[in-house]
Ligand binder design. Structure first.
Ligand code: ADP
Ligand code: TRP
Length: 341
């Protein structure tokens, strides 16, 4: 059942506030670019949207054996979005661990959420079933995620299907909180479930993933990119045989990031076959990767090596985000009649 939304929010008239979360837990690859990075960058150029891209480093800490990863990968994640053209003009890039209002609001949400709700969370149940010993951080993960969303009055949250339970939980927590205080204080977000197909890896078998080791990096040295592309598995069709682009991993990977012209060119050459073998396709993929990512390698390295400059670039975002978060925090504290100063 839909409930009334708060009459005072921080929304910008004419723009829908879209909140996207990105976890800095590994080196980014072409699959991430296709499924997560490019959509967020495109949204940042849409005049009807106000995108808050949150690097959710706290969410990356929930496995104690990987607790050092967010600290290691955050700069790369931020540099990637900046290098590939995320527009900061009317949008924000926010580092979750710089926003103290989030854990405060997470605490309020935890005080209206039943333990049973968290016990039913897929990620927690999977960890238990696979014999792991989940940390309390993993158990509380859905609360922290709901707090990310409500702290910024997010209207729309685009996520993959695997995150739909987290969005349902966020809605549930908003309702529980609003009911407990007797008025609409938190804004209930809408989940936008993305149907983006999964990009295949260089093994030509499974989805591209860092954990399968079948990924194609974005800004690795050219030599490494060439080596990875040459390793892409193909079938045994000969130079002059017509080839099916749909089942060709080289084409599928190219299609996920290339220009329309390059996609049309390779598709046509593969279908016709004549004089165009997989070796040619791989060479074209190497060139296109160089054109889209390789030519930005220097800029990416520059950001990574100049953390100060990156911080400066993100300071206005950070300040706007803190202001938003402070407004929502105050609204919540007022509803709870907390504080005496
Ligand atoms: P990995 O599997 O390499 O660890 P993540 O699970 O951290 O990658 O991916 C973060 C986001 O990147 C996902 O939520 C999804 O949007 C996108 N993504 C990752 N791999 C792929 C893929 N193979 N195809 C499409 N999108 C992907
Ligand atoms: N749980 C999300 C994932 O694994 C990451 C995330 C954390 C997130 N906070 C968020 C996504 C807020 C959207 C909004 O992909």
């Amino acid at each position: 059942m839909t409930q009334p939304q708060p009459s005072h929010t921080t929304h910008t008239p004419g723009r829908v506030r879209v909140l996207t979360g990105a976890k800095p837990t590994s080196e980014l690859h072409v699959g991430n670019y296709f499924g997560a990075i490019r959509p967020a960058i495109e949204a940042s150029h849409d005049a009807g949207k106000e995108v808050i891209l949150m690097c959710v480093d706290w969410h990356g800490l929930t496995d104690r054996s990987k607790i050092l990863e967010p600290g290691k990968y955050t700069a790369g994640l931020l540099a990637t979005y900046l290098t590939m053209g995320f527009s900061l003009e009317k949008n924000m890039i926010v580092l979750q661990s710089e926003i103290p209002e989030i854990p405060e609001i997470a605490w309020y949400l935890s005080c209206v959420s039943a333990v049973g709700l968290l016990e039913r969370a897929h990620a927690y149940k999977d960890a238990l079933n696979s014999g792991k010993e989940p940390t309390a951080g993993l158990f509380n993960y859905p609360i922290l995620m709901a707090a990310d969303i409500v702290t910024f009055d997010a209207q729309v949250v685009p996520v993959g299907k695997d995150q739909s339970q987290h969005l349902e939980y966020a809605s549930d927590m908003v309702k529980l909180f609003n009911n407990a205080v007797g008025r609409p204080v938190l804004f209930e977000p809408k989940a936008l479930i993305q149907e983006t197909p999964l990009l295949i890896g260089i093994d030509g078998e499974r989805k591209m993933s860092k954990s399968y080791g079948n990924h194609l990096p974005l800004f690795a040295p050219k030599k490494e990119i060439e080596k990875r592309i040459k390793e892409i598995k193909t079938d045994s069709k000969g130079l002059d045989d017509p080839k099916d682009p749909e089942t060709c991993a080289v084409f599928q990977i190219l299609k996920s990031f290339a220009s329309k012209e390059s996609i049309a060119y390779m598709e046509e050459r593969l279908r016709t076959g004549t004089g165009y073998g997989y070796g040619h396709a791989k060479k074209d993929l190497i060139d296109e990767h160089e054109r889209v990512f390789g030519c930005k390698r220097e800029l990416y390295e520059h950001y990574i090596n100049s953390p100060r400059e990156m911080a400066q670039l993100l300071t206005p975002s950070h300040n706007s985000a803190r202001q938003l978060a402070a407004t929502v925090r105050q609204r919540v504290r007022d509803a709870l009649s907390l504080g005496i100063l």
